[in-house]
Design a protein around this ligand. Structure first.
Ligand SMILES: [Zn+2]
Length: 104
């Protein structure tokens, strides 16, 4: 219940609100998905997807994944866009269908 709120200024000077829970997961509103998604750091994105840094950066540039670049140069990645682009058989071990009906 003690969700932390972190305000991030993106490179385009937008304020991006990140919420973290006790398990250190961060959530924010992805403009591409137009809903709240789990946001991971570049390092986490590499671990989750197994995609190398330079490939992730390139994918972010061509909008294959949804990335938010902060003013401080950190790249945050929309986890949904990350897992959507990968082979579905890859994530069968981690099946967690989130169907929160919070957003209409
Ligand atoms: Zn997204």
């Amino acid at each position: 219940m003690n969700a932390k709120k972190i305000l991030i200024t993106t490179e385009s000077h937008e304020i991006f609100v990140l919420r973290t829970d006790r398990r250190d997961r961060a959530y924010g509103h992805c403009r591409e998905c137009d809903r709240e998604v789990e946001i991971v750091t570049l390092d986490q994105a590499i671990s989750i997807s197994g995609i190398r840094t330079r490939d992730l950066v390139r994918m972010a540039e061509i909008s294959e994944i949804h990335a938010i670049e902060t003013e401080t140069g950190h790249l945050l990645v929309c986890k949904d866009s990350l897992t959507a682009g990968t082979d579905p058989t890859e994530r069968s071990s981690n099946e967690s269908h989130k169907s929160h009906g919070t957003s209409e």
